[in-house]
Write a protein that binds this ligand. Structure first.
Ligand code: PA5
Length: 448
């Protein structure tokens, strides 16, 4: 069977074989630290064994709840921010039709899946509200803490709408909550109101939680096969467990990107040639940005959808500041293809492509851009993905999570906390007049 494969040959102009040998020892040490749970953030390693140890009873309940939502709702609104929504969004986008939410119900055979609580924008929230208010709705509110401002506000708004439309008893049948097992405002409210709840485990941080109920409930509603996702994840668990760098492509990715960073390549572009991977790269961006950007260190993660971005930031990538490297998600096989036809007039001069498929052209764009970037001083790491399906989604998620843990330890940071995220929140709460933040408020007001 074909498998996910890593090709870092186009990064080797920047890395010496000796450096790879040297980092192999550090990788082994990082592997031991992660496996033996002896490093920073070791309380948050529940995701490592999750493909083996996940709660089978809850997994079955997720499928039942998803079926209920599929039968009763025209729209599922998933309320959550950061790690509480990006994994689900990544999966729905990768595994469904490119125009999933625009397809007719007959074609889609599942509710539309829309997201709320991802920003503080009133325009977005009111547009969404007006779009769905007369439709049959279910909600899945996802928040580990239960107190994050953006989803909490969105939930207030939609809970009120649900109770107006369906009454308290009816709303209760349509609201599904994914939160802490015991603690937090959302857990308390769910117990009071009788909402069905799913668990964000204590030892799994938001950005590592997609293979738990956090991601799996919305993903199941879209019609994706959860068993296949978990089969991919467990295969990833076994495939990426070898401490030897030469045997483990997941660790090779972590090692190569760290070596590139040491050479001044401080920005990693996650590139794709399939728009369906846009949100997978967004998920990756949070995973790596929040895990590694600490103590004034870390690779800055950005994403680029090609060939679109080759017509916008392509110039910079080719010829701007040489602090970039590229990781390309390269999909080997696609389900649909378009064949270029002969045109009698040939005004655009494209008859030389007649009979060729668009995927053939996409492949040449990938090869051409990768070589041009390489020649321009942008090393590439290529991740070959046989095709976009549930199995490879599960395996890729595990690949990037494990690589992130190893990479963070190689960098010398705790890859499982996010203390920096609190700074803006403290200021925002003070400026909003939240009780307990009074002393800060005046100082901040004077500065703005
Ligand atoms: O990865 C993380 O920890 C964060 O992105 C959180 O998921 C995000 O801040 C949302 O937090 P919560 O689930 O507590 O609402």
């Amino acid at each position: 069977m074909k498998d996910i494969a890593l090709d870092y040959s186009k990064a080797l102009t920047s890395i010496q074989p000796k450096e790879l040998e040297k980092i192999a020892e550090q990788v082994k040490a990082a592997h031991e630290t992660l496996t033996n749970k002896t490093g920073a953030g070791s309380d948050f390693l529940g995701w490592v064994d999750l493909p083996k140890t996940y709660d089978k009873e809850e997994f079955a309940r997720i499928k039942v709840a998803a079926e209920k939502i599929r039968k009763t709702a025209e729209v599922l609104i998933v309320i959550g921010v950061g790690g509480s929504y990006l994994g689900a969004k990544a999966a729905v986008e990768m595994l469904s039709n490119s125009f999933y939410n625009l397809q007719g119900e007959g074609e889609r055979k599942a509710p539309q899946i829309l997201f709320a609580g991802t920003s503080t924008s009133s325009v977005y929230l009111s547009d969404l509200y007006n779009l769905v208010k007369d439709k049959e709705i279910c909600l899945n509110v996802v928040s580990k803490s239960g107190t994050t401002l953006e989803p909490a506000i969105a939930f207030r708004v939609f809970k009120e709408l649900m109770e107006q439309k369906y009454g308290k008893a009816g709303a209760k049948e349509r609201i599904f909550v994914t939160t802490d097992k015991e603690r937090g405002a959302l857990k308390k409210l769910s117990d009071e109101e009788g909402y069905e709840t799913f668990v964000v485990a204590d030892d799994i941080g938001g950005r590592y939680s997609v293979l738990s109920a956090v991601g799996l409930l919305p993903i199941a509603v879209s019609g994706a096969d959860l068993d296949e996702i978990m089969r991919g994840a467990i295969d990833g668990f076994h495939a990426y467990a070898d401490a030897e760098l030469s045997n483990n492509i997941c660790y090779q990715y972590a090692a190569v990107r760290n070596l590139l960073y040491q050479k001044g390549k401080t920005i990693e572009i996650m590139a794709n040639y399939e728009p369906k991977l846009h949100f997978f790269a967004q998920w990756w961006k949070q995973l790596y940005g929040e895990s590694e950007g600490k103590n004034h260190k870390g690779i800055f993660p950005v994403l680029a959808d090609y060939s679109t971005e080759l017509h916008s930031v392509g110039q910079y990538i080719q010829d701007g500041l040489r602090n970039l490297f590229e990781t390309v998600l390269h999909v080997e096989n696609v389900d649909e293809d378009v064949i270029i036809k002969e045109d009698a007039d040939n005004i655009d001069g494209l008859n030389f492509l007649a009979g060729k498929s668009l995927s053939y052209i996409n492949e040449r764009a990938f090869q051409g851009a990768t070589l041009a970037h390489h020649d321009g001083g942008v090393p590439s790491i290529i991740i070959n993905i046989p095709k976009l399906n549930e199995y490879y989604f599960g395996k890729l998620v595990y690949f990037f999570e494990k690589a992130c843990g190893i990479s963070g330890y190689l960098l010398g940071v705790n890859p499982f906390d996010q203390p920096g995220v609190e700074a803006y929140k403290k200021n925002m709460y003070a400026l909003l007049g939240k009780p307990g933040y009074e002393s800060e408020k005046e100082k901040l007001k004077a500065r703005f």
